[in-house]
Design a protein around this ligand. Structure first.
Ligand code: SAM
Ligand code: SF4
Length: 475
């Protein structure tokens, strides 16, 4: 068990609120004006593969000297290259319904927004969307729902089952993740049984007064119920969970420490950290009128992602199309493990092939409109290996990010070969000829760099089988 002495969480603190605002501010205040030596020592601790403590993370947050900021960014880059290599996992969000009983000030779906056109995909419409996504080459989806009695556990579980059943051509969805409201334990069990991957619930802000201020009414206005949501998921058997904070609601340094405190709570109570961390920044939305007191600048955003990478080196990090392509490209090198591609938020938009956003039919504005094909093309240009791998989840190897990080040789034996196999499938079935040629080059280069041995021989055989028409081969 990973235990940090500063943590007061003990196993019977499960399902109890664990954020202490004063504790977080104390860490921020007492680490002000850190010395260069101290900051460098902390970066090195992370490079030596230690999860950082709250005190150490707060010290990095307080490093404002441009030279140190550069060292933090370089440290995150080095960690990513050293541990994770060049893979980037791709997925797409699929909004199932935008009815919502809550009033979250920042969200276009909030109940009081009369301009929002409400829709729930019917089963046929859901199938059409999944077919369109499969036609583009997607293999991993995250289903997203507003919070509404219509979207109860059985509804969510049924939509997951529907998605898994859709098979168009060589297409299939191999992993369905969820972003929805937190549930009770019995309801989480129902969703778990449908075979989901990760269940994501973002706390939005860990700062209780701000939380109360922005969640005006509805079930979501209960801070503690939200905070303990993923504890109930764990109790229901969902050990693959994703946490997140919506940056722009409160001081970003406080939110980073809130996320680390959440990680720390999971480690102590469940002996496993969260599977992923998300760090969405607030974007424009229908009838949006929040002040921008806590707006996070691009420079601060880049810093916070690098600090998160160093603080929790074993966790998957997700960067979405909320951010423009240039920011995504820059931040990807700091250790982001998953990005979405070809993203559309309007319900039904994947099958309509309509690229224009209508905020009155969507949750917020996205800033990266590139298609999946364009993103893959650009990833290949930058020497990344785009991956659709779902092997660990399907072989029951849970906690794969942790294994990637901690099991020597895991990435070489499993992740890189699986990334190459899924890329090879994509190239055979969906890529334009010039992208296919680039993909071939990346695969040849990575094969050449692999150590001789059984894995390499098997990989060559499997790549050949994919060229001959076999699918879904993995290690
Ligand atoms: N309704 C569920 C809930 O609130 O948990 C599902 C989540 S919501 C559909 C997905 C996430 O989008 C939210 O948790 C929030 O962090 C984010 N979000 C909401 N409004 C946003 C905005 N204006 N800009 C960026 N992200 C936003
Ligand atoms: Fe509803 Fe979620 Fe939007 Fe809040 S963030 S209004 S709960 S969809």
């Amino acid at each position: 068990m990973i235990y940090h002495p500063e943590t007061y969480a003990i196993p019977d603190e499960r399902m109890k609120p664990f954020i202490d605002e004063n504790e977080i501010w104390d860490f921020i205040n007492k680490t002000a004006n850190p010395t260069k030596e101290r900051v460098r020592e902390i970066i090195q601790r992370s490079l030596d593969k230690h999860r950082l403590s709250l005190e150490e993370t707060a010290t990095l947050l307080n490093a404002t000297d441009p030279e140190l900021i550069e060292e933090i960014k370089n440290g995150a880059k080095e960690l990513k290259e050293k541990v994770y290599g060049k893979r980037i996992v791709l997925f797409a969000p699929l909004y199932v319904g935008n009815f919502c009983v809550n009033n979250c000030k920042y969200c276009g779906f909030r109940a009081s927004n009369k301009k929002q056109v409400r829709t729930t995909l019917s089963e046929e419409e859901l199938v059409r969307e999944v077919e369109a996504l499969e036609d583009n080459g997607q293999k991993r989806l995250i289903l997203v729902y507003g919070e509404h009695p219509k979207y109860d556990a059985n509804f969510i579980a049924n939509s997951v089952r529907t998605v898994y059943k859709v098979k168009k051509g060589n297409g299939e969805i191999r992993r369905v993740n969820i972003n929805a409201a937190p549930l009770d334990i019995e309801d989480f069990k129902i969703v778990h049984e449908s075979g989901i991957g990760t269940y994501q619930v973002f706390q939005e802000t860990y700062h209780r007064p701000t939380y109360t201020d922005v969640h005006i009414s509805g079930k979501k206005s209960d801070y503690d119920y939200r905070l303990t949501g993923l504890d109930r998921a764990q109790e229901a058997g969902i050990d693959d969970v994703g946490i997140g904070a919506l940056f722009g609601l409160y001081d970003w340094r406080f939110e980073v420490l809130g996320l680390i405190r959440h990680v720390n709570h999971f480690e102590v109570c469940y002996n496993v950290g969260p599977h992923t961390i998300s760090f969405p920044r607030i974007k424009d939305a229908s009838e949006y009128n929040m002040d921008d007191k806590w707006r996070v600048s691009d420079e601060e955003f880049v810093r916070l992602v690098a600090i998160l990478r160093l603080a929790v080196p074993y966790t998957g990090m997700i960067l979405t199309a909320r951010e423009p392509a240039e920011i995504r490209d820059e931040i990807m090198s700091f250790g982001v493990s998953q990005i979405d591609g070809g993203t559309k938020l309007e319900m039904g938009a994947y099958s309509k092939e309509d690229d224009n956003q209508d905020l009155n039919k969507e949750q917020f504005k996205i800033n990266d409109n590139r298609s999946l094909g364009e993103i893959i093309d650009e990833l290949l240009d930058k020497d990344y290996i785009p991956s659709f791998c779902t092997a660990c989840y399907r072989l029951g190897r849970t906690g794969e990010h942790f294994m990637e990080f901690s099991v020597p040789g895991f990435i070489k034996r499993y992740c890189t070969p699986n990334a190459m196999l899924t890329l090879a499938e994509y190239m055979e079935d969906y890529a334009k000829p010039e992208v296919k040629a680039k993909g071939e080059k990346v695969i040849t280069k990575n094969l050449a760099e692999m150590e001789e041995g059984k894995t390499k021989e098997l990989l060559k055989e499997r790549l050949e089988k994919i060229r001959e028409g076999e699918r879904d081969l993995y290690f």
